[in-house]
Ligand binder design. Structure first.
Ligand code: ATP
Length: 649
């Protein structure tokens, strides 16, 4: 655990919460506590025995050495560390088990909480930041969870028992030790502070190295550095940071060494002072007040006094900085989930979903979650005004534009609806509202007449399939990627889906067929293959409603044709909401909605919209007539490639 010098005072609420996380393991903690008290107390028995051996068995005048007494005392001296060591092992095991369980609970709670966060959170937070809280921050509190509590307890018991034992032996020598204590404390605090500063710089340097590695050794990063010939630059950048880290590590080691030097110096000097004071005391008394046994026992006890104090100082620094980490973890755990099941949420049974999709006067904006917005009076909820109000007052009181304003449309079960419009018009945003990636600010999105906010989230996800522009595959086998669509799908079902998506033949050509690992994000597959695999995954899922964001990146003609062929069985018999970039989709659409700056400005079929000669006609001229479309024929269009795309009858 690396201390943070900027860590503020320990927050009581955080401490209570951390202690609360140990509650399920109360019994084990009690056993650990007992073991600590017993072993720490056993630690003073041997120094006390030294005095007894010296004074009653070795140097006791006429009857000494008293061998039979010596044997007994030596046997006890040997047995005590063995018993105490055995208890110590059991105690460490239990303490670590409890600490690791608490860590496990914390990590699980955090991961589960993050899984339930809405897309809004992920689009506004850096992935690295999220990963860091889950791994570095939780990892950073490990030592506090596993060691600190037991260290504090054992050090307290050691301190008290040592002081009592010292007082039993000689109050004069105890006073001497306590006089030396402030000097020891001062030196330890100084060294501790220096350590903290270096440790914090080391943490920053480590984070920088991690960031550089993450950025430059990912597939996209290495592609970029190779394409721009920046490898030398990256190597130098890494080298410089690495050098800094190495220097800091050396400094950290040296400061650690000086801490031990301080402790060692004290250990060496204090016995000399004890002898000196014992000499003075005995000299001033008529008979020797402090025996030889007492002096040896006392010097042994002194080493037990300084060490726990040094450790407690170190622990207090660690606790303080780990509280800052706990606060970061709690901050995430306390973030509310903005998209959750309504208390009266209904299950949507995927097999009985008809697939009627309705946007009812939908208003939406990204910058303010629904609860933050105060809709102005000029827009009573649910109004279908001829001129939709385009502003609302957000939390900060400033009016802002809507991303989607008064979107009102209906898609009949089984229909293919195409969304068309200029970049940034709000097409993707519309598709996000159906599976509740975001909630509308006003109006409603309905499936079969039920507001999606009243549908249980899991059943909503089961009824909707999404094929996004950028195909995301996991770094695992083709089989597991496909089964993500339907866990437990049989080989036959998978093959049928892969065949329908025109990807089966390619899969069996791969080195291990369905067991081939596709590589991070599917980089070992071509763009078209990835898309077809993603389509097969959704075919396997078999949702009633399909959301399709057609990729804009142009594939070569063969790939493009295969993807189009793959999409055909996917769209069949489902309600499809497609962000259409392909002419074939547009021509096949039952209805086209044209969006412009968040509003539906035109709707109709391809022919109707062309005739209208508005935005759609302009977009069509720019996108398709300009390049791909060679000519229009009686029943469709001829592409530049010579292929004829037929309009539906
Ligand atoms: P394209 O065809 O280029 O993908 P689109 O029609 O799908 O565009 P959207 O992605 O829906 O457009 O975006 C609509 C508007 O919302 C844009 O102005 C965009 O900048 C904005 N926007 C999109 N995502 C977010 C977000 N997470 N946070 C804030 N604004 C966003």
């Amino acid at each position: 655990m690396i201390p943070d010098p900027d860590a503020g005072p320990v927050n009581r609420h955080t401490v209570r919460r951390v202690i609360g996380s140990f509650r399920p393991y109360r019994r084990k903690i009690l056993v650990v506590g007992l073991a600590i008290v017993v072993t720490a107390a056993m630690g003073v028995i041997n120094p006390l025995l030294i005095k007894v051996i010296f004074d009653t068995a070795l140097f006791c005048g006429a009857g000494c050495p008293d061998l039979s007494r010596l044997y007994r005392l030596v046997a006890i001296m040997v047995a005590i560390p063995i018993v105490s060591g055995a208890i110590g092992i059991g105690q460490t095991y239990l303490a670590n088990q409890v600490g690791q369980r608490v860590m496990q609970d914390l990590r699980n709670a955090l991961y589960e909480h993050l899984q339930r966060m809405s897309l809004r959170f992920f689009t506004s937070t850096r992935t690295g930041e999220i990963q860091s809280r889950l791994s570095n921050d939780v990892g950073g509190v490990q030592s506090v969870l596993t060691d600190t509590a037991s260290s504090i307890l054992s050090n307290i018991v050691i301190l008290i028992s040592t002081l009592v034992a010292m007082l039993i032996i000689s109050w004069q020598l105890t006073v001497l030790s306590l006089v030396l204590l402030p000097l020891f404390l001062w030196l330890t605090v100084k060294v501790g502070k220096a350590r903290q500063v270096v440790a914090s710089s080391t943490q920053k340097s480590l984070a920088e190295i991690t960031a550089i590695t993450e950025e430059t050794l990912s597939v996209s990063g290495i592609l970029l550095s190779k394409a721009f010939g920046r490898q030398r630059f990256e190597i130098d950048r890494f080298g410089r940071e690495n050098q800094r880290l190495a220097d800091l590590q050396v400094r950290q080691q040296m400061i650690g060494r000086s801490f031990f030097a301080v402790v060692q110096i004290f250990f060496s000097i204090t016995p000399a002072l004890v002898y000196l004071v014992a000499g003075f005391v005995n000299d001033s008394a008529s008979s020797p007040d402090i025996s030889a046994g007492a002096i040896v026992a006392f010097t042994t006890l002194q080493s037990r006094l300084f060490f726990p104090i040094g450790q407690m100082l170190q622990i207090s620094v660690e606790v303080q900085s780990s509280m800052a980490l706990f606060e970061r973890i709690h901050e995430y755990l306390d973030m509310p989930h903005d998209i959750v099941d309504a208390p009266d949420a209904q299950e949507l049974r995927p097999e009985s979903v008809r697939g009627h999709v309705r946007f009812r006067n939908v208003f939406f904006r990204y910058d303010a979650p629904p609860e933050d917005l105060d809709l102005t009076d000029d827009h009573p909820a649910g109004t279908v005004g001829p001129v939709p109000p385009l502003t609302a007052v957000a939390g900060d009181g400033r009016p802002r534009d809507w991303t989607l304003a008064n979107v009102d449309l209906e898609i009949e079960p089984g229909q293919l609806a195409a969304l068309v419009g200029p970049s940034g018009a709000g097409k993707t945003t519309m598709t996000y509202l159906v599976p509740r990636m975001y909630d509308v600010n006003d109006g409603a999105v309905e499936i079969d007449g039920t507001d999606v906010r009243k549908v249980a989230l899991e059943s909503l996800a089961d009824s909707i399939g999404m094929v996004t522009q950028e195909t995301y595959l996991f770094h695992t086998t083709v089989r597991q990627n496909l089964q993500y669509g339907r866990p437990g799908a049989s080989q036959e079902e998978m093959e049928a889906a892969a065949r329908a998506a025109f990807i089966h033949d390619r899969i069996v050509e791969l080195s291990d067929g369905y067991d081939t690992v596709v590589g991070e994000r599917g980089y070992r597959l071509s763009g078209g293959e990835k898309q077809r695999l993603a389509i097969a995954r959704v075919i396997l899922k078999d949702p009633r409603i399909l959301i399709l964001d057609e990729a804009t990146s142009s594939l070569d003609t063969t790939s493009e044709r295969l993807v189009q062929e793959a999409l055909r069985p996917l769209m069949r018999g489902r309600t499809t909401l497609a962000i259409a970039h392909r002419l074939s989709t547009i021509l096949a659409a039952d209805v086209i909605f044209v969006l412009d700056r968040g509003r539906v400005v035109e709707r109709g079929t391809h022919a109707e919209l062309l005739e209208r000669d508005g935005l759609y006609a302009r977009l069509y001229q720019q996108q398709f007539r300009g390049g791909m479309v060679e000519a229009e024929c009686e029943d469709g269009v001829v592409l530049a490639t010579g292929e004829v795309l037929r309009a539906p009858a």
